[in-house]
Design a protein around this ligand. Sequence first.
Ligand code: SF4
Length: 202
Amino acid sequence: MTERMRPGAADPLRILGAPLPPPAHEQDALRDELERGLLFTKADSLIGWAVNQSRANSIWPLGFGLACCAIEMMATLGPGFDLSRMGAEVMRPSPRQADLMIVAGRVSLKMAPVLRQLYDQMPDPKWVISMGACASCGGIFNNYAILQGVDKIVPVDVYVPGCPPRPESLIYGIIKLQEKILATGVELGPLWRRGPKKKGAA
Ligand code: SF4
């Protein structure tokens, strides 16, 4: 029983339709009605929840691939796996329209600055999935030409293991990313944080 619940008040977890004990006073009856039909929250929590839901369920990945892992990434978009079930099928040809970079394949040292430039051109907030052993740690290519982990040049949010990972694995990685986005706090802009106007201020 919560602190505010009076003895005999409506149990919020009761089975709907079960008879309620009669309220002792009219005020108690009114309060019971209000508690059943209202949801209390803070405005910034509600806005943060809505923003996070929008971000998590409409991810736009940058459409590019580096090696064999990219073939599996392409397969996730086909009818067999249908990435659109997760709301993340809109591959964008420009980094300025994308918020997710899927590093699918090994990154050569020659390609590394290009990849970093693409990342820098993506607007915030943005996320990175490292797909496959090569992207995550160089894989079998432990040599002078291949970057030994893409986290050396961009911040990685989710690692998808495998060589190559199956499309199901990439989809699971995207679901994990969605969970991460939903658990992230949303920073509201300066307009929201501005306090009440001071007396006499313009
Ligand atoms: S992890 Fe395997 S499949 Fe993916 S790029 Fe490397 S060698 Fe190719």
